[in-house]
Design a protein around this ligand. Structure first.
Ligand code: SAH
Length: 348
């Protein structure tokens, strides 16, 4: 029986160097191969042109390169691109390229499905199948970087972990991917251009603060009272707002980095003045800004975007209290690439 080959990208640079030394080669060879795998995004050993044929054959005999494959690419009429990405075990995740006149942002997935139960989100309706590996996260970023160069003539500039899954529930792999993305062997991107969006897992927010990664934090708040938040995001029962608040205070004390709250205003759910005032109160705990995001309906109409009067009321109430607000319009709706729509169609 053929022995099962190892995924070479599961090895760190050091492990790869050690492997070559064990083979009687130089550790430098490990660095060269590592650069092919991560910086140059090689899909096969054959293409590693500065490595000898014998070494390439030896690598082929011992390892595989598990690469993601962009199975389907859709382009929206606003320029947004959605990639349906096939993983080595045939599962699918999605990632999105969001262009603006000056930037290209990659919105990437961290899990296949999601274990949380946000009632308004399409991804939550899928079971969490598994966590993504660091290389599967990294590859999504590389694929979008390539598309950005190809279609927009510039490299990727920002990354948001706002695709499928809860990044803080796949903490180690997300951090390993971030390490690669920021390292000179990888994309060499500044951590300040990377944002992790979480529905709010207090313990992991503290860990992220302790790890001093310099990446930005966004929290999907959507309600600032436990009664409303638990209704729309049931896990809030386990991680109530008081715990979230403490974690965010800790985050700020450690990082001095302002938090972004993502917030959708829904008809009949959180569209009253009291709701807006509760948000003002929550915003006063830690320096922050609020992103009012447009709701992308996912199916049965249980959740509906509030009338623009309600959004305006929120905006004015926040501004009057000195809180920075941006109102974000959705991108890529025509191809189901907008927030909360991922996996709507391609999961079946
Ligand atoms: N689990 C993480 C990241 C994925 S969700 C998190 O919760 O932050 C990315 C963002 O999309 C979150 O702010 C989420 O609340 C929002 N979102 C989910 N469903 C949505 C929908 N149908 N319309 C608009 N935004 C949605």
């Amino acid at each position: 029986m053929e022995k099962k080959k190892k995924d070479i990208r599961a090895l760190s640079k050091k492990q790869l160097q050690e492997f070559f030394v064990e083979q009687g080669d130089k550790s430098f060879r490990g660095s060269q191969v590592y650069e092919w795998l991560w910086h140059k995004g090689a899909h096969s050993f054959e293409g590693m042109t500065n490595i000898s044929k014998t070494t390439r054959t030896m690598l082929t005999d011992n390892f595989v390169i598990n690469h993601i494959r962009v199975d389907r690419m859709q382009r929206s009429n606003d320029g947004t691109i959605k990639n349906a990405v096939k993983l080595h075990d045939n599962l699918t995740v999605e990632s999105v390229l969001i262009p603006t006149p000056t930037r290209t942002t990659a919105c990437v997935s961290s899990q296949v499905g999601c274990s949380l139960d946000c009632q308004f989100c399409a991804t939550a309706r899928l079971k969490r199948m598994r966590n993504l590996n660091p290389d599967e996260i990294y590859d999504q970023v590389m694929a979008i970087d390539n598309e950005s160069r190809l279609y927009f003539d510039r490299p990727l500039s920002n990354i948001v972990f706002m695709g499928m899954g809860e990044p803080l529930m796949n903490y180690n792999n997300v951090m390993k991917a971030v390490e690669k993305i920021t390292s000179e062997d990888g994309l060499g991107m500044s951590p300040k251009r990377i944002t992790i969006s979480t529905s709010g897992v207090p313990k992991m927010i503290k860990k992220l603060a302790d790890d001093e990664t310099k990446i930005k934090l966004a929290v999907s708040l959507h309600a600032a009272t436990d009664a409303v938040r638990t209704k729309i995001m049931p896990f809030n029962e386990t991680f109530p707002l008081q715990d979230l608040r403490e974690a965010l205070e800790y985050w700020y004390s450690k990082t001095k980095s302002r938090i972004t709250y993502e917030y959708i205003v829904w008809k009949g759910i959180n569209d009253t003045r009291e709701d807006a005032l509760a948000l003002v109160k929550f915003c006063n705990y830690v320096p922050c800004k609020v992103n009012l995001i447009e709701y992308n309906p996912i199916d049965d109409g249980e959740f509906q975007q509030a009338a623009s009067k309600a959004t305006d009321m929120y905006q004015k109430t926040l501004e009057r209290n000195g809180i920075t607000v941006t109102v974000r319009r959705s991108r890529g709706k025509d191809i189901d690439a907008a927030c909360g729509q991922l996996a709507n169609k391609s999961a079946s």
